[in-house]
Design a protein around this ligand. Structure first.
Ligand code: KG4
Ligand code: ZN
Length: 359
């Protein structure tokens, strides 16, 4: 079977086709980074207009790459949330129109579920597994019990990990997105020069907090300016390395607690651990997390770097997983949702207004 997946929830317009035997038949992605760069973050209106502008060409390209016609597809999947609603509407309406015109089912995909299941596209990983989902909008630890079956063990109470990377990079004038820039600079920096706070570490549970870290980086940068009149390239590199190490220490400390929680719920065994989302593209953090989970008896899995950040294959694959479980599926009545937590039974962590809980 073949499913085409469309991702338009943020600043990437992406389309991919995957098969039920885990082949990625085509994979097209258009980043809008340059369109948003001068604003230091994603501008929702610009993002939505760019998706409209490019989505049809990307779909045509993805079909051509795979040498397929729409009629050869078995289903069309699109991200219906969470994300920026203008972009979501573009992807969802396009996917629904294609599905109706071709007489194929439309499959609604939760963007977070796309991240959560991507590792299963490239590796044999069985349920249940422990998942650290670290992206620009989310930072959560979940127990993945099955497709559509998630239990949140912990979540950020303020900023997401990727958001902390982006805000720190903005502060250091490194541009957007911040993660890759900080990772590169950190390679030449001293991770021990700046002592930054590690909120919630040594506390029970596995929630996260990153907003204090951002403030501490700002203070440290101000101290550099006061002492030397400017932030030197060495300061930038040392701040990047110290920041990255602190994020890694926080993630590891909280994950260590989550491992205890996971082990308390599932009988003894060799368990999979998966790290997913854009921040999982960071090689330093991957290494640190791998060391921790392997020392605690888990097998470590992470998607290849290009499948960590937002892409169409993760949406096509999550659609495929749902389609394989329920071949009669059709979500044509489902509408875009700016907020859509994976674990709908958990208490909201924040933003429980009329749009619903953020996480
Ligand atoms: O998953 P993603 O593409 O989009 C969301 O769903 O949010 O994640 C984007 C986030 C950005 O905050 C970006 O700075 C971060 O992932 N990121 C990284 C790296 N590459 C991307 N963070 C740390 N190190 C990286 N190499
Ligand atoms: Zn994402």
């Amino acid at each position: 079977m073949k499913v085409l997946g469309i991702e338009t929830s943020c600043d990437e317009t992406a389309v991919a086709i995957v098969s039920s035997n885990k082949e990625i038949l085509s994979h097209r992605i258009l980043s809008q980074i340059d369109d948003h760069a001068e604003y230091g973050g994603v501008v929702p209106e610009i993002a939505a207009r760019q998706h409209i502008q490019h989505l049809d060409t990307l779909i045509e390209g993805a079909l051509a790459d795979a040498n397929l016609d729409v009629s050869d597809l078995d289903a069309i999947a699109a991200t219906t949330g969470p994300g920026l609603v203008g972009g979501l509407m573009v992807g969802v309406m396009t996917a629904k129109a294609m599905a109706l015109a071709a007489g194929k089912p439309f499959i609604s995909v939760n963007h977070l579920e796309g991240h959560a299941l991507t590792a299963r596209l490239v590796e044999e990983i069985s349920f249940p597994y422990l998942l650290l989902l670290v992206s620009g909008g989310h930072c959560q630890i979940l127990m993945v019990k099955g497709v559509g079956d998630y239990e949140r063990l912990g979540s950020t109470i303020d900023d997401a990990a990727g958001e902390a990377f982006d805000k720190t990079a903005k502060l250091l004038n490194l541009g957007y997105p911040g993660g890759p820039a900080i990772e590169k600079l950190a390679q030449t920096g001293d991770p021990l020069r700046f002592k930054l706070p590690k909120p919630l570490v040594n506390k029970p549970g596995c929630d996260f907090s990153f907003s204090g870290l951002k403030t501490a980086v700002r203070r440290a940068a101000e101290d550099c300016i006061r002492d030397n009149g400017a932030i030197t390239p060495t300061d930038q590199a040392d701040l990047s390395a110290s920041f990255q190490k602190t994020v890694g220490d926080c993630l590891s400390a909280r994950l260590d607690n989550a491992i205890d929680m996971f082990k308390g719920r599932v009988p003894e065994g060799d368990y999979p651990f998966v790290v997913a989302g854009g921040v999982a593209a960071n090689k330093y953090l991957r290494g640190q997390l791998q060391d921790l989970v392997e020392s605690r008896g888990f097998s470590f899995y992470a998607a290849p770097l290009n499948l960590c950040t937002d892409n169409g294959a993760m949406i096509a694959w999550a659609g495929m997983e749902r389609f394989m479980l329920d071949p009669a599926i059709n979500d044509i009545e489902v509408s875009p949702r700016p907020r859509w937590p994976l674990d709908s039974f958990a208490d909201p962590m924040g933003g429980s207004g009329k749009k619903g809980a953020k996480a």
